[in-house]
Design a binder for this molecule. Sequence first.
Ligand code: ADP
Length: 452
Amino acid sequence: MFKKVLIANRGEIALRVIRACKELGLETVAVYSEADRECLHVRFAEDDVCIGRAPSRDSYLNIPRIIAAAEITGADAIHPGYGFLAENAEFAEIVQASNITFIGPTPGQIRQMGDKATARNVVQRLKIPTVPGSPGPVESLEEALAIADKLVFPVIIKAAGGGGGKGMRVATDAEQFTQAYNLARQEALAAFGSDQVYLEKYLARPRHVEIQVMGDTHGKVMHLCERDCSVQRRHQKLIEEAPSPAVDQTLREDMGEAAVKAAEAISYVGAGTVEFLLDEDGAFYFMEMNTRIQVEHPVTEMCTNFDLVKEQIRVAGGEPLSLIMNGNRLRGHAIECRVNAEDPARNFQPAPGLITAYHPPGGPGVRVDTHIYAGYTVPPYYDSLLAKVIVHGNTREEALARMRQALDSFIIEGVTTTIPFLSRVMRHPDFVAGKVDTKFLEREPQLLKEQT
Ligand code: ADP
């Protein structure tokens, strides 16, 4: 087993990983950019190294500097968190080649699932349903148009190397298609270095339901049930919950089995998420697999009483899964709200700045994963996540009431936050009834506006 873990990340997830390491008796190394000197991950890690200027490409995405930081401090493992280099196969390869353990899957596994068009082919061979679409990446506009016509509009054009909602465009008719296709390719090239795109039918009212999986180096894979991440804005998750109000035990078992099958097919090691779209009549379709810890992992932790980050570290050290649960251990209900420094009334425009007052909610069943504090300045360079509020209740109703009171007593002053918006969603009849899909916020634009 390794002894010292470098966390190649910042923000709340860096703190989350540091906590897990401390509980396991491992030393930690923080890396930080010039904009992040005052960050708590720097304070809480045993060692810290400044790896460059504020823009991510000069620091958190700079592979040689991160490796050098590990070598200087004697770190023998690297946890990538989520975002930044977490799904970069080349990074995982360089880490390995430097005799450092990468806390995550192998470079080969990252590659197989990282290309979404390839991942679709992998699961299709296993007879796992995928959203109807092109058999692989499309080669030309003419080919793409012909496929779109066959699929029947609307269709969605997706970057094969995509993630984070980038390089994704919806086209409602043939006329719009050319522009959407070109834009998706440009965006894909800029964000992922490849303009390969593929097509899927754009489902009308799907729910986003994903299965948490975990595999070890001894050939075992398990799943830890589902999360429902249907409340989204522009294909980005805002609120997540477990279990899904739309999933019963039979469906849970079917989706879980499909997810485990996909992970087993590539002998998956570590924490991963198999994402599905669930349509109105209960049919589910594989969308993609994320080969890292997810932002929304705490809702699963709250319902399973299982520490996913500690388990990631253990299996990276060669230990077998500490238990096999496969979906039969859910207790109660958990909800997570992502609190961002953004203004929903202004198209979720980021609102960085100085936090002048801060008081987090608390009490039974309330967890806040955050890196902010009074006097902290939210820099403009990174994503605008301030905190994740996660609640757990014996029932969904109790979790909802808990989330409402938690959001209402969460004080963050100095920057505009999404708290009032989240609190309105927690009171919306459709959310309360568990009847939302990924188009919910498009239908309810008034939720974004300040109420008087
Ligand atoms: P990314 O990896 O960029 O996050 P995903 O493929 O995971 O992209 O899709 C993100 C979201 O986009 C989904 O949760 C869903 O809301 C929407 N979406 C993706 N594919 C489809 C589809 N075929 N039909 C309807 N919505 C889709």
